[in-house]
Design a protein around this ligand. Structure first.
Ligand SMILES: *Cc1c(COP(=O)(O)O)cnc(C)c1O
Ligand code: SF4
Length: 386
């Protein structure tokens, strides 16, 4: 299967991307397993479903009941089979199964931590920065991630964008010549059919001041079988088009994910990764460095590391800012600059993304700036006279 795509990669690269296990679905025919609709239809939604794949901890068991009205469980078989059967601390499982800690209210929690709803000139478009917008087109995703920033809308059918709302969003963008970059988002736009997505993208592409289209999708991670040859070809009609995705852990870098990313890259679509820093998942430098190396081999550029947002129910997944700085410190200089994303805090209350760096400037005086490098040695840069 997929020989055409993988055969030009050397064995030692491919060997780092093992085919995903199929868990309890070992006997499912390939034609079903490789069909993304099959996975969406069979998403795990409850205790019974989870018990097919993992031995639930008491905490997960109680949380499944207790979080019922807060945030849906939704795990496609492909992603579910990556979970460790016996370890509730498995980094895949932490992103997919509910925990009692989600119910512990914290004083800083917010339903809409980034004030995305406030900065909406029309329903479904967040316009915060001068020249680009977020355009939400669906509330559905292949998987409902427990750490999702948009829990307020994801999985909630009442927040689905209807045709009028989509029309109003396009109208807003079309009448604002400053908008040159559109991030098509949700939810996950790749849950739409190829046809529906193609119609939307062609309407956006037809707007003369729009230069860049981006599609934000986690399907290369949670359901890479969604990235068919056909959909990659369809997207490539709308160049320049970028895809941003959301890998959080090396375990997600399967052969299937590899193939999905090659399909996009082969069609000239640059792929960026937006990792969320999550306790127990990727809060150590070695894990992040390994992830970023795997991403580069998949031709995915690490773009952002996000400090975990203040959304409801993710207290147990947050880390300190020191942890993020430690990770950045152990990347710069120690590995390829290509493997180094920006570490950002999306400022609570809608301040936007703010980059955070370890401090490499030791002192600044008139005429000279003193800096330290990744190994800690001190260097002076004399500045030109003005
Ligand atoms: C993240 C974001 C964007 C895109 O930001 P880039 O830094 O250009 O990737 C646009 N609008 C909003 C509201 C965002 O949160
Ligand atoms: S795919 Fe993205 S939008 Fe959907 S649940 Fe996961 S983090 Fe949220």
């Amino acid at each position: 299967m997929h020989k055409d795509i993988t055969k030009r990669f050397p064995e030692h690269i491919l060997a780092q991307f093992p085919p995903a296990p199929r868990g309890p679905w070992a006997d499912v025919p390939d034609k079903d397993w490789e069909n993304w609709h099959w996975h969406l239809q069979r998403r795990i939604k409850d205790v019974e479903g989870m018990e097919q794949v993992i031995n639930l901890s008491d905490d997960e068991l109680n949380a499944a009941e207790a979080t019922k009205n807060l945030f849906d469980i939704g795990i496609p078989p492909y992603y579910a089979a990556l979970m460790d059967r016996n370890d509730p601390g498995c980094p895949i499982r932490l992103q997919a199964t509910p925990r009692m800690a989600e119910l512990t209210p914290e004083e800083w929690e917010m339903e809409d931590p980034l004030a995305e709803e406030r900065d909406m000139p029309v329903q479904g478009v967040t316009h915060r920065y001068p020249d680009r917008v977020l355009f939400y087109i669906t509330q559905n995703c292949a998987m409902f991630c427990r750490h999702c920033t948009r829990k307020r809308k994801v999985a909630d059918p009442s927040t689905a964008a209807n045709d009028e709302q989509i029309d109003a969003g396009i109208e807003y963008i079309a009448s604002n010549p400053k908008i040159r970059d559109i991030v098509v988002s949700g939810g996950d736009p790749m849950t739409w059919s190829d046809n529906k997505l193609e119609k939307l993208l062609s309407r956006l592409r037809a707007i003369p001041h729009v230069e860049i289209l981006r599609v934000g999708t986690r399907t290369p991670v949670t359901l890479p079988l969604r990235i068919t040859e056909d959909v990659a070809k369809m997207l490539a009609q709308f160049h320049p088009i970028y895809v941003n995705t959301h890998f959080n852990h090396p375990k997600e870098c399967t052969r299937e994910a590899f193939i999905a990313c090659q399909r996009l890259a082969d069609h000239g679509i640059p792929i960026g990764n937006q990792m969320v820093l999550l306790k127990g998942v990727n809060d150590d430098p070695a894990t992040v460095m390994r992830l970023n190396h795997l991403l580069l081999m998949m031709r995915v550029k690490p773009y952002y590391i996000f400090q975990c947002d203040l959304n409801q129910g993710n207290a147990h997944l947050r880390t300190t800012v020191d942890k993020g700085l430690e990770i950045m410190e152990k990347l710069r200089g120690w590995t390829s600059g290509l493997a180094i994303p920006y570490y950002v805090i999306d400022a609570p209350g809608g301040g936007g993304k703010v980059p955070i760096l370890p401090n490499y400037v030791v002192s600044r005086e008139p005429g000279k700036t003193t800096i330290r490098n990744f190994k800690g040695t001190i260097h002076v840069y004399p500045e030109p006279h003005e």
